[in-house]
Design a protein. Structure first.
Length: 469
């Protein structure tokens, strides 16, 4: 009996938080659809009033803009990946891999940018390394290349997908279970859509894939399952891509608690959401002033735009209108919450706007963004390490015999290229007789300036510098 759908205790504790953080990041209609989970009703608030407030709900999405700003700034220049060695076919393969990592036309930088955003939302993201499976096992490397069996590719998974795992004594995955769901219809003439749930189990040597198909709208009841029974079937199994390395082919990117943006600002964003909607409702109600009649006699007249009232000589009539003091207090509190959201995300200098609103020198920008730069560098180090681990895992599985290094992601438009060029000229002007130093300086400048060029072009440039300098 195998309970393939069992969830890890850490997964059970965190999955409701991930759902909330994803709603806060996306905002828009998605958050409005789940607004009843986030908009707090007032004490003893009538149900019809709360329903109307839900229909008028809106969301000022600061944290979504912050996450997108970090991802855009970090990947403004692509990571610089260099391959050293004499294996020309391996370099050609990795150049093609950099242009398309997942058989979907996704470039390496775009793939890992999405993984970075995912990690800022849920605190972690995952990359699976895999190779195409062929019916016949290749006898030589040439046969593998000819059949496409050596063409590695990557699959992205979110924290919600990885439902169960175990770690070995070194902290690496001992085994892992990944659950995904897709809606499909095999043929256009089929009467309805189907939901396919797949469980992928990986240990350090083997994999097993289980599947279950349900009609859309019907609950998928899985638990305490025996594969092959109750609609759950074993659809594939075998040895996985990194079996020869004795390693689970799933690599993780985990963001430290202090750099997990949604976790830092999520509660502040929810408080701002409730306060801003409360203020908006109060302002709306304030636009509809209520009549007030001061009279000693019984009052039974109907009041409205199409009616009139008759007052006795001593009666008085007026309108209620809020003085506005509480509105100002609420507005000041909203401004403070907005500033606090940016502050805890290390963007205090943004002040609610991601534009400085004026021209600044490079030195001034460095001073203003010094803390933000350090955070970006920490993110850059984490991303470079993940990219290096993924590529070296592929290289080791293919046995290409080349060395891979990942650099860059440490300059964020605070200084321009002219400053780096001047620094390089000054360093070369010292007259240090080191060919290796000259090669490294020229390669760094060339690759940074040509960061958007194709990988095969970069490889040729690096080879030419190595051969000339």
């Amino acid at each position: 009996m195998i309970d393939i759908d069992r969830e890890h205790p850490e997964y059970l504790a965190a999955k409701h938080v991930w759902r909330r953080y994803r709603d806060l990041y996306i905002g828009g209609e998605r958050l409005k659809l789940h607004a009843q989970e986030y908009l707090l009703p007032r004490q003893r608030e009538p149900g019809d009033v709360y329903t109307e407030r839900l229909s008028r709900v809106f969301y000022e999405n600061y944290i979504g803009s912050i996450v997108d700003w970090y991802s855009a700034t970090l990947f403004r220049k692509e990571p610089v990946v260099t391959f050293e060695g004499t294996n020309a076919s391996a370099k050609s393969f990795f150049a093609a891999l950099m242009d398309e990592v997942d058989f979907k036309g996704t470039a390496l930088s775009d793939f890992f940018r999405a993984q970075f955003v995912e990690s800022l939302i849920t605190g972690a993201s995952y990359v699976l390394v895999d190779f195409p499976r062929t019916e016949k096992k290749a006898g030589t490397r040439a046969e593998e290349d000819a059949t496409g069996a050596s063409r590695a590719y990557l699959v992205a998974y979110s924290a919600e997908d990885v439902i169960n795992w175990n770690l070995d004594l070194q902290g690496n995955f001992d085994w892992v279970v990944i659950r995904t769901k897709t809606i499909r219809k095999d043929r256009v003439e089929d009467p309805g859509w189907k939901t396919e749930t797949r469980w992928a189990y990986y240990d350090k040597q083997t994999f097993r894939i289980y599947s279950r198909v349900d009609d859309v709208g019907l609950p998928s009841l899985v638990g305490d399952m025996d594969p092959g029974a109750g609609g759950v079937t074993l659809v594939d199994q075998g040895t996985h891509a990194l079996a020869k390395l004795n390693r689970v082919p799933l690599l993780d990117l985990r963001i430290p608690e202090g750099l997990w943006m949604l976790n830092r600002a999520g509660l502040l964003q929810l408080e701002h959401f409730n306060k801003s909607n409360a203020l908006s409702w109060a302002l709306t109600m304030g636009l509809f002033a209520m009549p007030v009649v001061y009279s000693d006699r019984d009052w039974s007249q109907m009041v409205g735009e199409s009616y009139y009232i008759q007052l006795a000589p001593e009666d008085k009539f007026g309108w209620t209108e809020p003085e506005g003091k509480v509105f100002q207090i609420a507005q000041d509190n909203l401004t403070r919450l907005q500033e606090e959201i940016y502050r805890v995300c290390y963007l205090a200098q943004a002040g609610g706007s991601l534009s400085a609103g004026g021209v600044q020198s490079g030195i001034s920008k460095q001073l203003d963004f010094s803390i933000t730069q350090e955070v970006l560098r920490a993110y850059g180090d984490a991303m470079k390490e993940l990219i290096r681990r993924v590529l070296t895992s592929i290289e080791a599985a293919r046995e290409d015999g080349i060395e891979i290094s990942v650099t860059g992601m440490d300059e964020f438009d605070i200084t321009d290229f002219g400053t780096e060029l001047s620094d390089a000229q000054a360093l070369l002007g010292l007259g240090v007789e080191s060919p290796t130093l000259k090669k490294e300086i020229f390669k760094k400048l060339a690759l940074k300036y040509l960061s958007d060029s194709r990988q095969d072009v970069k490889d040729r440039i690096v080879g030419e510098i190595e051969g000339v300098v």
